[in-house]
Ligand binder design. Structure first.
Ligand SMILES: Cc1ncc(COP(=O)(O)O)c(C=O)c1O
Length: 378
């Protein structure tokens, strides 16, 4: 049996979602843009999914646009802000996901925007006064700050950042890909103008997500063609993806408190066991501080091992799947760890948990690591 501790990369499809998926693959196959009954049935199901999501997030259905996932949602939010809302200055963090950073760099290289980064300390805490100063210096800005970082788990105070943006007349986009389905988002209270979400991070299917765009703001279509999604996103809809997205978000919200408590316990156990069994272990960012980090992510900094054994390969060979950072950047040094000045010579491992993990899996993983360090020391 393999142990999967890479849930920030993607999650296992929820068993309940899996069971309910077949009718939309076999029976409800109509094109939602068709005017006959086959089409109408599917269109109704898509609009039902949109309403479900809007209700869970306390917003209205016309503020939700389905996309192919988090990357497209981030790109759409940023490009819409810049090109439809005359934004010339974007303020972000150095540890955003590449879906945000690479989009912003492309705009900067194209001389469309000036790009500023909010200062952080060595744990990745954002300097909110610096953000405020950056906003004071420039009139029309977009602020793009993720809710939780996918590598170090740091949670940013998007309620406060939203208030600051509002008071300074700036637009605010938040990449909520890692927190959607893991925390409740009340969009009637949060002062976010755009958020991005992806179903496969909360036990939904891959290749589907959504963008929330506050009423009154414009979404700039990235894809041109048919008039799907109110002409905001062309292309025949990923029907069963959209329906399962809503379904998995509903399940996630239904069980959120229970799962948060359970997963936080697993994470606490991992911290305790690692500290107990591996000398000099440290944790990157705020990932070991419960109230300041996503409960699903722990980024451990393990001592250099002089045997030359690659820890990720060693764990993989022992049937444990973990990663050194973002799955999308495998092979290159983590820009997130670099941004917070973490020691890159150490063995930095991201453990990320889900409701399907068990305490036995945590113990087994730490035992394997401990055995390796003992063997090296002997
Ligand atoms: C914080 C964050 N933003 C965006 C994405 C991209 O989402 P998707 O894989 O759905 O394109 C990811 C996925 O790793 C992520 O963790």
């Amino acid at each position: 049996m393999r142990i999967y501790l890479d849930n920030a990369a993607t999650t296992q499809l929820d068993n309940e979602v899996f069971k309910a998926i077949t009718p939309y693959l076999l029976e409800f196959y109509g094109n939602p843009s068709s005017h006959h009954e086959h089409g109408r049935l599917v269109k109704k199901a898509i609009e039902g999914a949109r309403t479900t999501i809007a209700e869970l997030l306390n917003t209205s259905p016309n503020e939700i646009v389905f996309t192919s996932g988090g990357t497209e949602a981030d790109n759409t939010a940023i490009l819409s802000s810049v090109r439809s809302h005359q934004i010339k200055h974007v303020i972000t963090t150095p540890y955003e996901h590449h879906a945000v950073l690479h989009t912003l760099n492309a705009l900067k290289n194209n001389s469309e925007i000036k790009l500023s980064f909010i200062n952080t300390d060595n744990s990745g805490n954002l300097d909110i006064n610096h953000l405020d100063n950056l906003l004071r210096d420039n009139s029309r800005s977009l602020v793009s700050v993720m809710h939780a970082n996918n590598e170090i788990g740091n949670l940013n105070n998007i309620a406060l950042i939203g208030e600051i943006c509002k008071s300074r007349g700036a637009l605010f986009h938040s990449d909520t890909v890692q927190t959607m389905g893991h925390y409740r988002h009340d969009l009637s209270q949060l002062k976010t103008d755009f958020i991005a979400a992806s179903a496969h991070k909360f036990h939904g299917p891959k290749g589907v997500g959504f963008i929330y765009c506050r009423n009154g703001l414009q979404v700039l279509p990235l894809l041109h063609g048919g008039s799907q999604e109110r002409k905001l996103r062309a292309g025949t809809e990923n029907i069963h993806g959209i329906i399962r997205l809503a379904n998995s978000l509903e399940i996630a919200h239904r069980d959120i408190d229970e799962h948060q408590a359970y997963i936080q316990k697993l994470k606490n156990r991992m911290i305790f066991k690692l500290k107990e069994q591996i000398k000099d272990v440290q944790f990157n960012g705020n990932s070991a501080i419960a109230e300041k980090s996503l409960y699903t992510v722990l980024n451990a900094s393990l001592p250099v091992n002089h045997s030359g054994t690659d820890l990720l390969t060693y764990l993989d060979q022992n049937n444990i799947s973990v990663s050194g950072g973002s799955a999308c950047s495998t092979g290159s040094a983590s820009h997130v760890l670099k941004a917070i000045g973490a020691d890159l010579s150490k063995n930095n491992i991201r453990f990320s948990f889900s409701k399907y993990n068990t305490s036995e899996e945590i113990d087994f993983t730490v035992e394997k690591l401990s055995a390796l360090y003992k063997a090296i020391a002997a």
